[in-house]
Every structure is written in C-alpha cells, then in structure tokens.
Design a protein around this ligand. Structure first.
Ligand SMILES: *Cc1c(COP(=O)(O)O)cnc(C)c1O
Length: 382
C-alpha cells in the first residue's frame, strides 16, 4: 500500500486531506513522491519560516542529536539556558522568564494556569473567532470546535474581536486574563486594531488582570516584526509562542512578566526544554536575526499584495495582510481555488470557508512570490 492508503487505513483521520504525499522540502519548495515540486505557502501552517531543510537548523539538530537529546527540567542544561536568555532578549521588555513546552496548545494551557495562579481568579475574556488550540483548556478559550466537547472549563466569555465597548463591558475586577491574538489566524487572517489591543492592555492593568497574547502563529517575524506586539508597543503579561520557534521541531514557549511568580510544582512537562528542540530554536532565531527576516517579511508581503492588487478579480472581497501573513477573502468558497492552485503547483491554506490564507516560508524569493501571485490570479479568474 502507498502512503495515502496506509494513512487512510491506519491513521486517525481528523484532517481534511489533500491527495498528495510530501516527501522532501528545500527552502520554499516541497516535493511529492512523484517528484513534482510545489511552492509551499502553507509552510507546515506557518512553521517552516526559515525554509524547509534549513542548513543551519539541520546542522544544529544533527550536532545536538549526537551530543544530548534529552535532559529533564530537574537538571540545568547549557543549550536550554542559552535559549531562555535569548527568548527574554527578543520578546517585549515586560517579559522576564520563559517556560518551555512542546506545542502551541500546551503553551496556552500553561498560560491559563499561570494567569489563574498569578491572579487567584478564574474568569477569562476571549475573542470571537479566536483560536488557541485543541486541548481542553485551550479549547475553552477557542471560539469554534467546542460544541462536541462541552462542558469545557467554566468562566470563559467571548467578545467580538475589535469591539472596544464589548471588551470594556466584559472585563472586571474578577477577570484573570484577556486572551487574544494580535492577528487572528485560523479565524480568517483578521488584523487586531491598535486601539482594541491597547485598550485590552489598559483595562487589564486597571483591573489587575493579565494580558495574554497568543503569538503562536504571528510570532518569529511572520508579520514583519519579530513579534506582532511590536507593531503596537504592547507589553503583555503572558506571551504564547510555538509554530515557527524551532524551524519545524516541535516546541512551544510561554513568556511571563514579573507579575507571575514561578513556584516548584506549579507546572511541568517531560519533553519541554529538551536540548534537541532548544538547539533547533537557537539556530532558527539566529538565522532570523542574521537574515533580517522581520524586515524581509514586511517587504515581501507588501510587494506581493501590491502586485496582486494591480488586477484584482471581482471575486475578491478583501485582502488582509501583515508581513507574510496574508488572507484573501473571496465572495465565494475558497476550496475549489485551493485545489486549482495545487494543480498549478502552489500549496495554500484556507482560514474559514471563504478565505485563502498564505503563510509562505519567510525565505521565499521574490520570483517565487511573483509566481504565486500569477497563479493565484489565474485560479481566481477561472
Ligand atoms: C496553531 C495555533 C495554536 C495551537 O498550536 P498547536 O501547536 O497546533 O497546538 C494556538 N494558537 C494559535 C494562534 C495558533 O495559530
């Protein structure tokens, strides 16, 4: 049996699948098992920001794999030590410590626990269309995918994204935290208004609540800054990170401000902060800094949208973009266009039924992006 048959038979199918088997990647290109090349504007859902098979990351992983792969949190480790210092250095100045875990949803689980522990409160204000992960705590903060799993955690309230009045009404002196994405990813590539995000920060301070920013998708240069918080000068109390952090090796991180005191037994994870992932993360972040990927992402994203906008088909309702986080909202279903793009050698993502989402590796070339724009226009015009 081939990979499609094996996965269909033996895998636990929870994803809407596309009928290709990817076996190799290099930069912004991936290849299927027939040797066909695709420009990858999914990047593992915003993971492969430094490109597939990035030589610096591969080298760091290989070196660390033959040195020390695992080291529990009860011991210190040289590579993990360097990484937590680096993360505090590159994140907003309010953040003074890092807890390392293994995925985005785990980062959100930790954030929920830290916010409850730090405030002694258990009420949360979240955004409609927000996405924070699939485990029971993170799902409690997520707007969709929840009905089949209720009851979830109590105390989660949802307000419309970017509606300042509703947010103001929802926050009180019993609020533990506001949990919000600076740009909603799964929710359709929706940009948070500066006033809304600033107001969230102000109200949290006023009410002794914590501001939890979910930068799992927006972090690490995706939006044209190392973190999207920088666009608005936000200083969150808790910052959740994952996806692009370690070049594709599973890792998450929760950054916390001085308001949150770590304590023995408050949280833990076997794999969190393992030297292999830490080495991959250090190499990834250094690559981003050395290649100025924050500015590259800003430049390439703006250039792409300018090119696309020259001859925009009438089926496009709106383009929403920050750096190389790009959403093209259509007046019709996105799926047929995604399949047409795949036929044309471009892999792209949906973000809801009518939005085409592009999250290419940040190392993608201008020529490759031009090709994506041309094929996208062709797909939308048919
Ligand atoms: C992907 C994502 C998550 C969940 O991360 P996983 O690693 O899939 O658990 C949470 N929040 C946001 C904004 C995401 O994009």
């Amino acid at each position: 049996m081939n990979a499609i048959e094996l996965e269909t038979k033996w895998g636990f199918e929870v994803y809407p699948k596309r009928d290709i088997t990817l076996v190799r990647g290099q930069g912004a290109t991936v290849w299927d098992d027939n040797g066909r090349a695709y420009i990858d504007c999914t990047a593992g859902v915003g993971v492969a920001s430094v490109g597939h098979a990035n030589p610096k990351v591969a080298e760091a992983i290989a070196k660390q794999a033959s040195t020390l792969i695992t080291c529990p949190g009860i011991f210190y480790n040289d590579v993990r030590a360097k990484l937590v210092e680096k993360l505090v250095d590159i994140t907003p100045s309010s953040l003074t410590r890092a807890f390392l875990c293994n995925s985005g949803t785990e980062a959100m689980e930790a954030a929920i626990k830290f916010a409850r522990h730090g405030t002694g409160r258990n009420e949360f204000v979240c955004a409609m269309r927000g996405f924070h992960g699939r485990t029971m705590g993170a799902l409690s903060a997520t707007f969709k995918y929840r009905e089949a799993f209720e009851p979830l955690l109590p105390g989660f309230e949802f307000v419309p994204y970017n509606k300042i009045e509703k947010l103001t009404d929802a926050i009180s002196d019993t609020t533990a935290a506001v949990i919000v994405e600076p740009v909603q990813g799964e929710g359709g590539v929706r940009l948070g208004d500066r006033e809304f995000l600033k107001t969230a920060q102000f109200l949290c301070n006023q009410h002794g609540a914590m501001l939890v920013m979910d930068e799992i998708q927006t972090g690490f240069c995706r939006t044209g800054a190392m973190f999207a918080c920088e666009h608005h000068g936000l200083e969150p109390d808790i910052l959740c990170l994952a996806k692009a952090i370690a070049g594709g090796v599973p890792m998450g991180a929760v950054m916390t401000s001085a308001k949150i005191e770590p304590g023995v037994g408050v949280h833990g994870t076997t794999f969190g902060g393992n030297p292999l992932a830490a080495a991959a993360a250090l190499a990834t972040i250094e690559f981003m800094q050395n290649h100025d990927l924050a500015n590259e992402s800003a430049r390439k994203g703006a250039r792409f949208v300018a090119r696309l906008s020259e001859t925009l088909p009438s089926s496009v309702r709106e383009i929403r973009q920050l750096g190389l986080m790009i959403g093209i909202e259509l007046k019709e279903k996105a799926k047929p266009h995604l399949l047409a793009l795949m036929d044309a050698g471009i892999l792209a993502l949906p973000a809801g039924p009518t939005v085409i989402r592009l999250l290419p590796p940040l190392v993608i070339s201008d020529e490759e992006l031009d090709q994506v724009a041309d094929e996208l226009l062709a797909a939308l015009n048919t």
